[in-house]
Design a protein around this ligand. Structure first.
Ligand SMILES: O=C(O)CC1=CCC(=O)O1
Length: 96
């Protein structure tokens, strides 16, 4: 199943910079592992915002929930999720 996810990062302004840097490094490590493994298909910065649009490929809503909750920045993000299905006018026969 494909999911379009918008993540908006809202770190507290008074967060210790070393703590913030560690969270971002941990987030990057996990995000890159999930991309290499294929479940985090796309990761795009939303220009002008500390936010991203991502596409996840996971077997269930529960798997998506578990994945998002594992993210080190999860406590500091607003997350919006939309499930994706094939558009009848899409020319692609796979899920590209
Ligand atoms: O910077 C972000 O948008 C949050 C984030 C997701 C994966 C990552 O490495 O940072």
């Amino acid at each position: 199943m494909l999911f379009h996810v918008k993540m908006t990062v809202k770190l507290p302004l008074d967060m210790d910079p070393a703590n913030a840097a560690q969270l971002k490094a941990d987030e990057k490590e996990l995000a890159q592992r999930l991309q290499r493994e294929g479940s985090w298909r796309h990761l795009w910065r939303i220009a002008g915002h500390y936010a991203n649009y991502s596409v996840f490929d996971l077997p269930s809503v529960e798997a998506l929930h578990d994945t998002l909750m594992q993210l080190p920045l999860f406590p500091y993000m607003d997350i919006e999720v939309d499930g994706l299905c094939r558009h009848p006018s899409s020319i692609h026969s796979d899920d590209r």
